[in-house]
Design a protein. Structure first.
Lengths: 379, 374, 259
């Protein structure tokens, strides 16, 4: 049919332009890989290597054992040994120490006694609250466990059989992503992000560029119908972002050994649903932007919005209620659940039903509104 | 001087006329700040836990109480069988499952080891770690209390906990994430003016006005300054907005001096604008400028500056790379001023680093600039 | 003759363009304030007026790029409100900015525009030859359009507009910013097309180009202040010697008259 041929004609031209655009190609290829590496290697929210200053007033075997245990964790790194707590605080002021551990002078005597408590002081740098909370938990656990050793000793001294005290034996089982690898969590997220950015950017930019150049006007005068124009503009970005998805899946899965527990086919299929939303948003951006600069800024703005409110980095449950409600209208939120579900949990259609419907509804609504607006703006 | 003012005025007019960009200019930092401040709570609360209690005895109740009283967790479902709990994990309805076997209370009474199974959803490793950390800490405390109470029963002792830790949190006692985020935001927000500077210069290049400008008697330095200052002023306004909203709305403590903040902000501008200038000498089109600045400046600044992900937890080679990110130093500065009341004495290192960075970058940009003219 | 519109037997003797009371408002600003005129088939009709007088808006309304606030219009017998599709397949348009894709080669631009008009196969091959010869770009098909200078781009844009053998051409300031020699060559091309029966509607603010048109419309502040052939206008408005007066004088006189 003529219509199809016209659409293909337009798509061909778009591809020629995209391939020739020297600055666009890097975004499409380098950025995904770059993000992969970034999130794969550099960024994890695991807290590690926090520098610690130890003020050991006791200098006994027990005190050394204590901070030895702390140093042995991956969370902490004992770097400084001072005699005065103020020196430790000064280090914290300068940002060189995250924690100061103060061991009192009678530490070993007190822990080994029957009826005394050693008052250990832990000073934390609260400016990095995330790390502090995690650090606090680690120290608490560690101190409790260390305490237990001495309790057993005391019990013995008082004639209570240690073995007869019992207690809770905590066993941990990790379901999904047993090794708790950050990569396994982030890679699916990176995929979603890239699909979002690329389709939005490519679509909005390609339309705005035509407008800036004056060729959009020319296209209106041709027999090209509005829906053909829309398809011609959106299909290239779909194709390219699919290529990127494949690139990341292959690269991420292979290089970082990220397992895909679920079905890749399902993933590719579901992406289509999500693309409806992103393309719609890209089109919408093109109708509110007169220049490329505005288009780009708007795209990035929505990106940031997406990142913060979609559960990409911060679980939605942690956010205040208002923001949680807002996140219900962020399509990426649902897509993230789907992608992560497929990758890590091996979820299938059954479990992802709700999210799929949500995506579909969003996609249709957004795409329709944007198309109508686009059509109106043309005339 | 007159000519410089002319360039300045023209630049301001450009900015004000492009209402949409201006709106985005102001909106983006503002929205970013507000949303991030509310959203970026790494604090865990109200985690849904499925309880599979096959025991329902005295001890299992005590155990569950110690969990719920911590405030971190709440029991979303009380189940008999594991399957439904696992299904909840699968669907994301619960993050943690506590499984207590049928013999639990009996074993505890007998003084034997009673197993408790914690099953956590590992798909979000960070959250999982935090949950596990909290859960095991709670259980360790629980154990300790049992031990001490059991031993106590034999003799009436009072203080039996061998180690009695006290925790003091400096600088951000309530451990509010936003006190951590907002000063960082001040740094990140200034990235936008940098981008704008680069874009405005490149735009002139694209439109061919560049050659025109160079052909006039205005000295290059006037052109550059004339372009920089408007955006620098916007950046200052941004910082003020952040400070104002941060302190008065979000109640972020501000222990330091506003003067120091401004002073060191200029230091940061110098470095950041230098990057903007450099980009403008490299990019040929606006699109290129945007992409370059995003890759080289914005993205790293967001992710590698210590804003969200602690630098110290990154692999060492990556830590070296972060030394090249000016925002890294500025975040240290802003956090220091806001939360620690730090002054120049404590912050001289990052301040100097920024200055040197700026010098290097600006020199390179200037050299490239000259090359173009020649 | 590569295409001869006169041979089209289905052509009626209706005017190519008829419009009545066309008005366009952008908010409070009235760009076109009630324009009525007609263009006969096969003629070269020029719209003359200063910048901002409403020339481009008028063309855009006729081509269907912008919808009129009020008024009626028919292009090649088709209604400009409801019969866009029929109009678009029969007209060619060239905008002020030439609307070429700078990042495409000469050939790629030709192929693309041909594709949108469904010109393919042998027909395309023929028209492509014609276009390349007409614009003098033979041998330069694989050059990037951005490397062409003003005059070449202008001719290429015209070529792209005629690939589908349109019965009518709308040219909006087609000679803007182009050197005088190229302008002359361009008008030669317009005559060539006109001799093939193509109706041509041209807007311009160059008085000397207006001399080349069959008929002219003077437009000022959104209104037509005079219509007629160059010689008619000189006679009626200036009342003097047709040969020694110029259209410039006509225009000046008209403006003074309206003051």
């Amino acid at each position: 049919m003529e219509s199809v041929r016209r659409i293909i004609n337009l798509i061909k031209k778009e591809f020629i332009q995209i391939l020739r655009d020297k600055s666009l190609l890097p975004i499409v290829i380098i950025m995904p890989v770059f993000q992969l590496f970034l999130f794969g290697y550099a960024l994890s929210q695991d807290v590690r290597n926090l520098p610690v200053a130890v003020i050991d007033h006791d200098k006994s075997r027990e005190s050394r054992e204590l901070y030895g245990k702390i140093d042995a964790t991956s969370t902490f790194n004992v770097l400084y040994y001072f005699d005065d707590v103020d020196e430790g605080k000064a280090m914290m002021d300068r940002g060189k120490a995250s924690m100061v551990l103060v061991i009192p002078p009678d530490f070993s005597a007190e822990v080994n006694s029957i009826d005394e408590s050693a008052k250990v002081q832990v000073i934390l740098d609260g400016s990095d609250s995330n790390s502090s909370i995690i650090a606090m938990n680690v120290v608490r656990s560690l101190l409790s466990k260390y305490s237990l050793q001495f309790v057993e000793g005391r019990a013995g001294l008082m004639g209570v059989q240690p073995g007869s005290i019992g207690g809770v034996d905590t066993r941990v089982r990790v379901w999904f992503n047993e090794d708790l690898r950050s990569v396994n969590y982030m890679i699916p997220a990176v995929i979603s992000l890239i699909i979002t950015l690329i389709t939005q950017l490519l679509t909005s930019m390609s339309i705005v560029k035509e407008r800036e150049r004056g060729t959009l006007e020319q296209l209106i005068v041709t027999p090209l119908r509005t829906y053909e124009l829309i398809l011609g503009k959106t299909v290239p970005s779909i194709v390219i972002s699919y290529l990127d998805v494949v690139l990341i899946i292959v690269f991420g899965a292979w290089w970082f050994a990220v397992p895909i527990v679920g079905s890749v086919g399902l993933l590719l299929f579901v992406s289509l649903f999500y693309l409806l939303s992103t393309l719609g948003i890209g089109m919408f951006i093109s109708t509110i932007s007169r220049t490329q600069q505005q288009a780009m800024m708007s795209s990035f703005f929505t990106m940031i919005f997406n990142i913060v409110l979609s559960g990409f980095m911060i679980p939605i449950e942690n956010m205040p209620k208002i923001l949680q409600y807002i996140s219900y209208v962020v399509p990426l939120r649902y897509f993230l659940v789907i992608v992560r579900g497929i990758f890590v949990k091996g979820s299938d259609l059954n479990e992802l039903w709700d999210e799929l419907i949500a995506l579909l509804v969003f996609g249709i609504v957004i795409f329709t509104i944007s198309s109508m607006r686009f059509k109106r703006k043309l005339a | 001087m007159m000519r410089f003012l002319a360039v300045l005025k023209k630049e301001y007019i450009h900015i004000i006329r492009d209402r949409r960009s201006l709106g985005l200019f102001i909106m983006i930092p503002f929205m970013l700040m507000v949303i991030s401040s509310y959203a970026f709570t790494f604090d865990i609360k109200n985690v849904a836990v499925d309880l599979v209690d096959m025991d329902k005895g005295k001890w299992s109740r005590k155990l569950v109480d110690s969990f719920t009283s911590s405030g971190y967790f709440y029991i979303s479902k009380n189940l008999e069988l594991r399957d439904e709990a696992i299904d909840d994990l699968l669907r994301g309805n619960a993050k943690l499952v506590i499984e207590i076997g049928p013999d639990f209370s009996r074993l505890m009474e007998d003084g034997a080891l009673a197993p408790v199974q914690l099953i956590v959803d590992g798909s979000d490793p960070n959250a999982a770690n935090i949950f596990l950390g909290n859960a095991t800490a709670i259980l360790a405390d629980f154990n300790l209390k049992i031990f001490t109470s059991k031993v106590e029963m034999g003799n009436s002792m009072v203080e039996l906990t061998p180690i009695d830790p006290s925790f003091v949190v400096f600088y951000n006692p309530a451990l509010k994430s936003r006190n951590f985020m907002i000063p960082g935001m001040a740094a990140v927000i200034m990235l936008l003016p940098v981008l704008m500077t680069a874009l405005s210069i490149v735009r002139e290049k694209e439109r061919g006005n560049y050659e025109q400008l160079i052909a006039t008697p205005i000295r290059p330095i006037s052109i550059v300054l004339g372009k920089l200052l408007p955006y620098a002023s916007i950046a200052i306004i941004d910082v003020l907005i952040v400070w104002f909203i941060g302190v008065y709305w979000f109640k972020v403590p501000f222990e330091g001096s506003l003067l120091t903040l401004f002073l060191l902000s200029f230091d940061f501008f110098f470095a950041a604008m230098g990057v903007g200038l450099l980009i403008s000498t490299v990019a040929r089109t606006q699109q290129e400028a945007m992409i370059l600045s995003m890759f080289i400046f914005q993205l790293p600044s967001f992710l590698l500056s210590g804003l969200i992900f602690p630098i110290i937890s990154m692999p060492v080679p990556v830590q070296f790379i972060t030394y090249l990110v000016p925002v890294r130093y500025f975040i240290k500065i802003t956090r220091g001023i806001f939360l620690k009341g730090a002054g120049l004495a404590e912050l001289w290192e990052p301040a100097l680093s920024l200055f040197l960075f700026g010098c290097v970058v600006v020199s390179i940009a200037a050299l490239r600039f000259k090359k173009r003219l020649a | 003759m590569i295409f001869n519109v006169d041979e089209d037997k289905n052509r009626s003797s209706e005017p190519a363009v008829v419009c009545q009371g066309l008005r366009k408002k952008f908010g409070d600003f009235v760009a076109v304030d009630g324009i009525s005129f007609s263009i006969e088939q096969g003629e070269v009709f020029g719209f003359l007026g200063p910048n901002g007088s409403g020339k481009s808006t008028t063309i855009r309304m006729l081509c269907g790029i912008v919808s009129p606030t009020e008024g009626e219009g028919r292009v090649l017998g088709f209604d400009i409100y409801r019969q866009h599709a029929q109009i678009r397949s029969r007209i060619g348009y060239m905008s002020q900015r030439f609307s070429l894709y700078d990042d495409l080669t000469v050939d790629e631009n030709l192929i693309f525009y041909a594709g949108t008009y469904s010109v393919r196969g042998r027909e395309f091959a023929e028209m492509r030859e014609f276009a390349l010869k007409m614009s003098g770009l033979k041998g330069r098909e694989r050059e990037l359009t951005t490397n062409l200078s003003g005059g070449w781009k202008q001719r290429l844009a015209l070529s792209c507009a005629i690939l589908h053998k349109p019965r009518m051409l709308f040219l909006d300031e087609p000679t803007g910013g182009v050197d005088p020699n190229s302008r002359r060559i361009f008008w030669d091309l317009i005559y060539q097309l006109s001799s093939m029966g193509v109706t041509i509607f041209v807007t311009t603010h160059y008085m000397d180009e207006a001399e080349h048109c069959d008929r002219l419309g003077f437009i000022l502040d959104g209104r037509i202040i005079a219509v007629g052939s160059p010689s008619e206008l000189k006679r009626t408005i200036l009342g003097g010697d047709v040969f020694s007066s110029s259209l410039e004088d006509v225009f000046v006189s008209l403006i003074q008259g309206t003051k």
